[in-house]
Design a protein around this ligand. Structure first.
Ligand SMILES: CC(C)(COP(=O)(O)OP(=O)(O)OC[C@H]1O[C@@H](n2cnc3c(N)ncnc32)[C@H](O)[C@@H]1OP(=O)(O)O)[C@@H](O)C(=O)NCCC(=O)NCCS
Length: 148
């Protein structure tokens, strides 16, 4: 089992978050560790998945004027397929709606597109583009709740 928790940028768990982000998102592409993720950005909200005191998942919600971006969705390799990623995403979307934001978007690695599609996101960019520190191909995806 796991639990979700919103944490602040100066929570001690952020050190473990940095390790997870590197292991899951960067190391597989040979990108060297750099923990400068701008965690103290005042518009960023940090969500962790915990198993006991182990950080097993992470994602960030970044508030814009009327929308929110989800970034850095990462689940520990040994727990892929355990429902943690889906739970992180559901909580991110719930929080965005609670903040009154009209849409949620993200840049998805091509390998993760089916995962996001299952959660109701649709691809809105015309063609894949290299993105972020890894430069791997991404597409922009959006989730817009039905009106009412
Ligand atoms: C993508 C990721 C966040 C998904 O998290 P997860 O905890 O493994 O996902 P879940 O267990 O909630 O999966 C939900 C469903 O989506 C499926 N799924 C998960 N990742 C998938 C993928 N890459 N392609 C297709 N289906 C996928 C699962 O099989 C599961 O299906 P099921 O309900 O029939 O079993 C995780 O695999 C991960 O950290 N990947 C590496 C980093 C990454 O790509 N992050 C996204 C960057 S945009």
């Amino acid at each position: 089992m796991f639990e979700l928790s919103w944490i602040s940028h100066d929570d001690p768990l952020v050190r473990d978050v940095a390790t997870l982000r590197h292991e899951v998102l960067m190391a597989p592409f040979g990108v060297s560790r750099d923990d400068n993720w701008g965690d103290d950005d005042p518009n960023s909200f940090h969500l962790v998945a915990l198993q006991g005191d182990r950080v097993v998942g992470y994602s960030r919600l970044i508030r814009d004027s009327d929308s929110a971006q989800i970034r850095q969705v990462a689940v520990a390799f040994d727990l892929h397929g355990s429902g943690i990623g889906s739970a992180l995403m559901a909580e991110m979307v719930r929080r965005a709606l609670e903040l009154g934001l009209a849409a949620v978007f993200l840049n998805a690695r091509l390998t993760a597109v089916p995962f996001y599609e299952r959660l109701g996101f649709t691809t809105v960019s015309e063609s894949p583009f290299p993105y972020g520190r890894t430069g791997v191909l991404h597409v922009r995806m959006e989730y817009r709740p039905a009106p009412g």
